[in-house]
Design a protein around this ligand. Structure first.
Ligand code: FMN
Length: 252
């Protein structure tokens, strides 16, 4: 279609400022390597915690944020705010807090030898948390996601839809991410100049992953969806096999 970019976004180059028409640079749209489709994306977007050192280009970051801000929010307030953290000193501080957090969190599983004896999925997941914590300073970008304090009746409910859009968009553009709150500490507010009426809801380390995407393993629908009242089984779901649903959407 004439006047549209390769990703299907229109080039609106012209706008009207106080002094008449202004020309804005046309949109720089990242090349979509392979957009896997909505269901495949949802069924395969894992928490990825190991990254190549390659930087994330600004046009890619912009696209992720532009997807994030398409999410819904209470009263359409759109009061989410995002801070791109690339500063080496801030990342080094976050790494220190994350390492502390990891030491405390991992202690509940015992010594490293005990973690090595855990069931495979749990062990791999914990190892990836450890690797992210101890290498957080080397992650190309960490995004802090903020929302207003005490404005919405469901705290976080007006922020996390944007986080999900961001993570799905990242996966579609070949990046990996995870929510990572281990390094969240009060002094981060001052370091990032966050005003008092804002809350940091989560941190999202982001980069080109070295690990593979999904499939993601989750409890089946029948064990989390009730029919009519809490705990009442939904007959249709009870009759569904646990296997087979994800294969419809994944290249397996
Ligand atoms: C609100 C929230 C907070 C989270 N905090 C952390 C965290 O602090 N550290 C971490 O490693 N993962 C964190 N995660 C990611 C989850 O642990 C991860 O998505 C979950 O274990 C499923 O992993 P999978 O998607 O790879 O299957 C968080 C996720 C959410 C939604």
């Amino acid at each position: 279609m004439a006047g549209r970019t390769p990703a299907g976004l229109s080039r609106k180059g012209q706008t009207h400022g106080p002094n008449g028409p202004e020309r804005r640079a046309p949109a720089i749209v990242p090349r979509v390597v392979h957009d896997p489709g909505l269901f495949q994306t949802m069924y395969s977007t894992r928490a990825l915690r190991r990254f190549k050192p390659d930087p994330v280009p600004d046009e890619v970051l912009f696209q992720l944020f532009d997807a994030a801000i398409r999410a819904s929010s209470g009263q359409n307030a759109q009061d989410w705010r995002f801070i791109i953290i690339r500063d080496a000193k801030v990342k080094a501080q976050l790494r220190e807090w994350a390492a502390e957090g990891w030491a405390r969190y991992s202690a509940r599983f015992g010594a490293p030898e005990d973690i090595a004896r855990l069931p495979r999925n749990q062990r791999l997941s914990l190892n990836s948390v450890r690797d992210l914590a101890l290498n957080l300073d080397k992650v190309p970008v960490i995004v802090a996601v903020l929302g207003m304090r005490n404005r919405h009746s469901t705290p976080g409910g007006s922020t996390f839809p944007a986080v999900q859009n961001f993570q799905l968009a990242a996966r579609a553009l070949g990046l990996g991410s995870s929510i990572f709150n281990l390094p969240l500490r009060e002094p981060l507010y001052e370091m990032l100049g966050v005003p008092e009426n804002n809350q940091i809801y989560c941190l999202i380390p982001l980069g080109y992953p070295t690990d593979k995407q999904g499939p993601v393993n989750r409890k089946p629908v029948r064990s989390v969806v009730y029919d009519g009242s809490f705990g009442a089984p939904w007959q249709f779901a009870q009759e569904q096999p646990d296997e087979g649903w994800e294969e419809r959407w994944l290249d397996v």
